[in-house]
Write a protein that binds this ligand. Sequence first.
Ligand SMILES: CCCCCCCC/C=C\CCCCCCCC(=O)SCCNC(=O)CCNC(=O)[C@H](O)C(C)(C)COP(=O)(O)OP(=O)(O)OC[C@H]1O[C@@H](n2cnc3c(N)ncnc32)[C@H](O)[C@@H]1OP(=O)(O)O
Length: 149
Amino acid sequence: MKIPDEFQHLTPYNMNSYTDSFVSGKQQKYIELQYYRDENSLKFYARVLFHVETQGAPGIVHGGAIASVLDETMGAVSFLNKMPAVTASLTVNYHRPLPVEKTVYIITQVEKTEGRKIYIIGKMVDKNQRLFADSKGIFVKVPNERIGL
Ligand SMILES: CCCCCCCC/C=C\CCCCCCCC(=O)SCCNC(=O)CCNC(=O)[C@H](O)C(C)(C)COP(=O)(O)OP(=O)(O)OC[C@H]1O[C@@H](n2cnc3c(N)ncnc32)[C@H](O)[C@@H]1OP(=O)(O)O
């Protein structure tokens, strides 16, 4: 199966301390998601399949479902970079309708930090690098105990 070049050398990443998420937890059957990381980069990656249960318009993935997956993958890149943070703001641009049952790929990265603020960007593409959505957000560093760590 063809996958984006950037995904060829990644290793699957399982978030052991974060297993019941409504986005990526195995208890839900709406979204199939596998995270990946690259030891040599500060980016974080996901392969995602939205099942028909995530549709808004018939056959098209709901924009809120796309935003949720981007949000979690963006949040995760802050944790991986040892900066536990929560979403303060999130902007998503939807470039074309995403059909249900189509595998797509997400890439997120930290753009810059300013004090407690972490600026994170993300994008969702298919195997041919066609852009479905991109996102930017401000995540704010919080003490571990504020997020149950
Ligand atoms: C979540 C964790 C789970 C456990 C994980 C285990 C490990 C697993 C590993 C990886 C998985 C990762 C999965 C991530 C999951 C997805 C992420 C989410 O969905 S998080 C939930 C939704 N978000 C909230 O619930 C935030 C609610 N809001 C707040 O708590 C506060 O408003 C907060 C923390 C954002 C700010 O409050 P203040 O009182 O601490 O700080 P102030 O002083 O107000 O802001 C600090 C700086 O941020 C700016 N700021 C605040 N809000 C802003 C906004 N909306 N836009 C722009 N800037 C903002 C402010 O202007 C200030 O900037 P200046 O330092 O002055 O430069």
